[in-house]
Design a protein around this ligand. Structure first.
Ligand SMILES: [Zn+2]
Length: 127
């Protein structure tokens, strides 16, 4: 295959890539494997598309990009909700610990009340 720089190639096998530019959407071409190579543009794999095909492909690309943006927004929302959920869970754990401490204190107070009644009864009957 001819190169646009006079047939100068690095000698490696060409890679098939797809153009996604607005002017040439979805058309495959040969590209060099070497980054910043001297090969330049090697050639097209596919024949040129008709205007209708380009319009349809560009419309589909716009739809895909729109859906990807919406998907990214939903992922951001999910992450925010996950952070809020984690905050609520840690707050719930703190409240559970405080509730346990209050239950322990309530049990101690009941014991003090029973003991004071017992002492009161003993004092009353001893008089
Ligand atoms: Zn090359």
């Amino acid at each position: 295959m001819q190169s646009n720089n006079g047939g100068l190639f690095c000698g490696k096998l060409a890679l098939v890539k797809t153009s996604w530019t607005p002017l040439i959407p979805g058309r495959r071409f040969y590209a060099c494997l070497t980054k910043d190579s001297i090969c330049g543009f090697i050639g097209w794999v596919d024949l040129p598309m008709c205007a209708r095909s380009k319009t349809i492909i560009l419309g589909l690309l716009i739809n895909i990009n729109t859906l990807e943006e919406r998907c990214n927004g939903l992922v951001r929302s999910i992450n925010m909700l996950q952070e809020q959920c984690n905050g609520l869970l840690s707050r719930n754990n703190m409240l559970d610990a405080r509730c346990d401490a209050l239950k322990d204190e309530g049990f101690k107070l009941k014991m003090y009340l029973c003991a004071s009644w017992f002492m009161f009864v003993i004092v009353i009957f001893s008089i």
